[in-house]
Every structure is written in structure tokens, then in C-alpha cells.
Design a protein around this ligand. Structure first.
Ligand SMILES: Cc1cc2nc3c(=O)[nH]c(=O)nc-3n(C[C@H](O)[C@H](O)[C@H](O)COP(=O)(O)OP(=O)(O)OC[C@H]3O[C@@H](n4cnc5c(N)ncnc54)[C@H](O)[C@@H]3O)c2cc1C
Length: 421
């Protein structure tokens, strides 16, 4: 801790930034010329089974935490689509999961945070104590201080399996209608869209934790077994041209056909339902050397038309999108920079070397802003300061609190400089 405080007092002109596992897609966890801190040494875990809470060091990786708590009958209140995030990163981005429509973001389940601020002071923040500082740190992208410890609620479970309902839809309208109607029927819900098909057909996967007494005998012997592993590593030499419109179309066709028209209560392991990408290590290499752009926005229900409009625009511009996921968002929490807002969110990734991509995304930005939507900083690499300010109306409020916590602007990132935060 003293070492951390010394680092803050002796910070150079480019400042300091905490970095978790670097799973933000853009420049949130990097800062050229600055001191970038690895929070790995903050790695203690203390599970209070009676209170169903956990105190974890900010450098603890979710994958490790789950190995500790699942066999003891607990799950995290919110998980993003990968286990390769730290507790500090989960708070700083205020991550959301497939249960956002009912249970909000990770920050909504945090009871307290230990943070070293820009004065070098260790603060213990809670939603009901120094609440402004607490909520400015949740979704604060590491710019209010270095989070060292996080205490949050955990969810009791009796098995490490999910009961999943799958439904296939031939068009986007019927899929979205079902998602709106069945919002509260399942704890978790996500839809995969085949954005290369004209009707944006898709597969809706809704799930709940399976109770141990619903497991067949072969699984019931060890209902909380949890040992997820990657089965392959994508090679460094993966040629980008393999991932083009044709190959993506073929993949999507096969994926869509593989899903049943309707299936109820299929048992899936936690890792398969929540973290499918982690099955292939370094999966992002399949985009080849030029990489990809991730784009995620949220719009209120009144802006639902933007989902279809943005997919049509990308198709018209021949921008192939590989992994397109649609979710419902529920009530926001008090954090001024938290991304989720009630309505819809769409996440897409697309090869970065598509001709004219940047102009098309500028058009999409305008559509989203027009609909009173916003963009996710943890997945952003290209937004302008004007777009940021327009999509986060409480930015000024957050800046005032941040100034109090870090008057000299010790904490900075490439993202904070790009967006003029
Ligand atoms: C495959 C994949 C799927 C994803 N799915 C989702 C999803 O479903 N939902 C979602 O919300 N996000 C999702 N994400 C994004 C990811 O959850 C966030 O970017 C998360 O913040 C990454 O955590 P990290 O530990 O890698 O943090 P980093 O990427 O290293 O850092 C993220 C931010 O947190 C700050 N930070 C990290 N540690 C600390 C600390 N100790 N103190 C202060 N600030 C800190 C950094 O400065 C930076 O601003 C996904 C990412 C991937 C790669």
C-alpha cells in the first residue's frame, strides 16, 4: 500500500493508470508514457458464506474467483462474457451481464470499495458513505483512484449448471417482440443475431441456475463441479482473409441451423453458457493482423428502431459483422458514467480493415445519439469527445467529483485523453 501511495506522490507528467487483465477492447487500460500498474499483488479472497458476501483484492481474476466460490455454492452477481477480467476492471467499467434487465450491473452489488485517491489517501467508500465518490469510482474507468479491494454480494447456487431455453427466430421483429414480452421470465437472457442474413434472424438463449435436485444422476454426484478449460489456442499466424463475408455467412448459416427451433431446459455448464469465447485462447487472432473493431451501444425502448437501422446500414456498406449480440437492459444505477440504461443494447465486432468503416460508424453514432443512446467506454476506441459528452449527460457531475478525488489529474489513460475526460 505504501508503495502505491509513493507511486502516486511521484507520478510523472503522463500520470498513473491501473490495469487489470487488459480485456477492454479500446484504449481504456493503456496510457503511453505513463506508469501502468499491475494490481496482481492485490489477490486475497475472503468469502463470508453466512452473509453471502465476498471481499476480494482488485487484482483477483474472475476465472480464479469462480474456481474458489462455485464449489462452495456461490456465483458472482454479474459476469461479463469472459472470465478474464479482474475485480478492479469489473468495477471500473461497471460491467453488465445477461441478467442486466433484472439485476443491473456489477457495481449495483458492491457493498464497499477500498480506493487510493489522487491525494494518496486510502478511502473506504460505500453506497451510503461518501456515496458520490463511490458512484464516481463505479464506471469511473480508473480515473478517480486505484481500487485495491472490493466487497460484494454473491449469489447462492446449488449446482454449477444452467437450465437453458433456446428459441430460433426467422426475423428480428419477432425476436425483439419475444425479448420484450419475456423480460422477467428468466434471470439471464441474450440473443445472437445473424446480421449477415437479410431479416437479421437470431437465436434467443434464456437461462436460470439449475437446482441440484433437477440434475440427472450422473451430474448429481458432484453438482457443484467446476473446472473450465480452454480447448485450443488460435494461432498467431491466422490469416485475416479467412474471415470474410463468405466465410462468416457460411459460419452463421451453420450456427443458425445447428440451434433447435425450440428447446426447453437444456442443462449447460456455467462456463459454456456465460463464457463461450474463453473456450478458444486468444480467439481475437482469428481477425488476422489488422484486428477488429468492437462497437456497443445502448438505446431506450423508444429507439428500438436503431437496432434494425444500424444492421441494415452495415449490410448496405458491406461491413461484415461476426459476433452480434442483443440484450435487454434494466434500470440504471446512480453511477454518472455507468453505460447501461433501460432498453436495448447491441454489441458487434467487425474487421478493422473494411473500406469506409469509419464513415459508416460515424453515421451509426449519429443514429444512436438521435435516439438518446450511448456508447460503452470499455469497448470504445474511436468515439469523439463531443459524442461522449452528448451520450453521457451527467459527465459534468462526474468531473466535479473526480476533481475532488484527484485534483492534479494523476490518473489518466489514452481513453481519458482522447475523450477529454
Ligand atoms: C470476450 C469479451 C467479452 C466481454 N463481455 C462483456 C460483457 O458481457 N459485459 C461487459 O460489461 N463487458 C464485457 N467485456 C469488457 C470487459 O468486461 C471490461 O472491459 C472489463 O473492464 C475488463 O476487465 P479487466 O480486468 O481486463 O480491465 P482492464 O481492461 O485492464 O481495465 C479496464 C478499465 O478498468 C480500470 N481498472 C482496472 N483495474 C483497476 C483498479 N484496480 N483500480 C482502478 N481502475 C482499474 C482500467 O484503468 C481501465 O480503465 C468483454 C470483454 C471481452 C474481451
Amino acid at each position: 500500500m505504501t508503495e502505491l501511495q509513493q507511486q502516486i506522490h511521484s507520478a510523472g507528467p503522463r500520470g498513473i493508470l491501473a490495469r487489470g487483465l487488459g480485456r477492454s477492447y479500446g484504449d481504456a487500460a493503456q496510457s503511453g508514457g505513463a506508469t501502468v500498474l499491475d494490481l496482481g499483488p492485490f489477490c486475497d479472497i475472503d468469502l463470508d458464506e453466512g452473509a453471502a458476501t465476498i471481499r476480494a483484492g482488485s487484482g483477483v481474476a474472475l476465472g480464479y474467483l469462480l474456481r474458489v466460490i462455485v464449489p462452495r455454492g456461490f456465483f458472482v452477481p454479474v459476469t461479463p462474457g469472459t472470465r478474464m477480467v479482474t475485480m478492479g476492471g469489473a468495477v471500473a467499467s461497471d460491467v453488465h451481464g445477461k441478467n442486466n434487465h433484472l439485476e443491473g450491473t456489477f457495481g449495483s452489488h458492491v457493498r464497499s470499495l477500498s480506493v487510493v485517491d489522487g491525494h494518496g489517501d486510502l478511502r473506504h467508500l460505500r453506497p451510503d458513505h461518501e456515496s458520490e465518490e463511490f458512484w464516481a469510482t463505479v464506471a469511473g474507468m480508473g480515473l478517480t483512484g486505484i481500487i485495491t479491494e472490493v466487497t460484494f454480494d454473491v449469489l447462492p447456487i446449488t449446482s454449477s449448471y444452467m437450465a437453458v431455453d433456446t428459441d430460433r427466430f426467422d426475423d428480428l421483429d419477432s425476436l425483439m417482440a419475444r425479448m420484450s414480452e419475456s423480460d422477467s421470465d428468466h434471470r439471464y437472457s441474450v440473443a445472437w443475431l445473424d446480421s449477415l442474413s437479410r431479416n437479421d434472424r437470431g437465436i434467443l438463449m434464456q437461462g436460470d441456475h439449475a437446482p441440484a435436485d433437477a440434475l440427472p444422476a450422473r451430474l448429481a454426484a458432484d453438482p457443484l463441479a467446476y473446472d473450465p478449460r480452454a480447448i485450443a489456442t488460435a494461432p498467431t499466424w491466422f490469416p485475416g482473409f479467412l474471415l470474410n463475408s463468405l466465410s462468416m455467412r457460411a459460419f452463421n448459416e451453420a450456427w443458425f441451423r445447428k440451434a433447435p427451433k425450440q428447446r426447453r431446459g437444456e442443462l449447460q455448464r456455467l462456463a459454456d453458457y456465460f463464457h463461450p469465447l474463453d473456450i478458444v485462447r486468444e480467439w481475437s487472432r482469428i481477425y488476422g493482423a489488422s484486428g477488429f473493431v468492437q462497437y456497443q451501444y445502448a438505446v431506450p425502448d423508444s429507439g428500438a428502431h436503431v437496432i434494425k437501422g444500424s444492421l441494415e446500414r452495415l449490410r448496405a456498406a458491406h461491413v461484415p459483422t461476426f459476433l452480434t449480440l442483443l440484450k435487454r437492459f434494466g434500470p440504471s444505477n446512480p453511477a454518472p458514467l455507468s453505460f447501461p440504461r433501460p432498453g436495448w443494447t447491441l454489441a458487434l465486432d467487425m474487421p478493422a480493415d473494411v473500406h469506409g468503416l469509419s464513415e459508416v460508424l460515424d453515421e451509426l453514432d449519429a443514429m444512436v445519439l438521435e435516439a438518446d443512446g450511448r456508447f460503452y467506454m470499455a469497448k470504445d476506441s474511436r468515439m469523439s469527445p463531443e459524442t461522449m459528452a452528448a451520450s453521457y449527460p451527467r459527465l459534468g457531475e462526474w468531473r466535479t467529483i473526480r476533481k475532488r478525488m484527484d485534483p492534479e489529474g494523476v490518473f489518466a489513460s489514452d481513453l481519458s485523453r482522447r475523450l477529454g475526460l
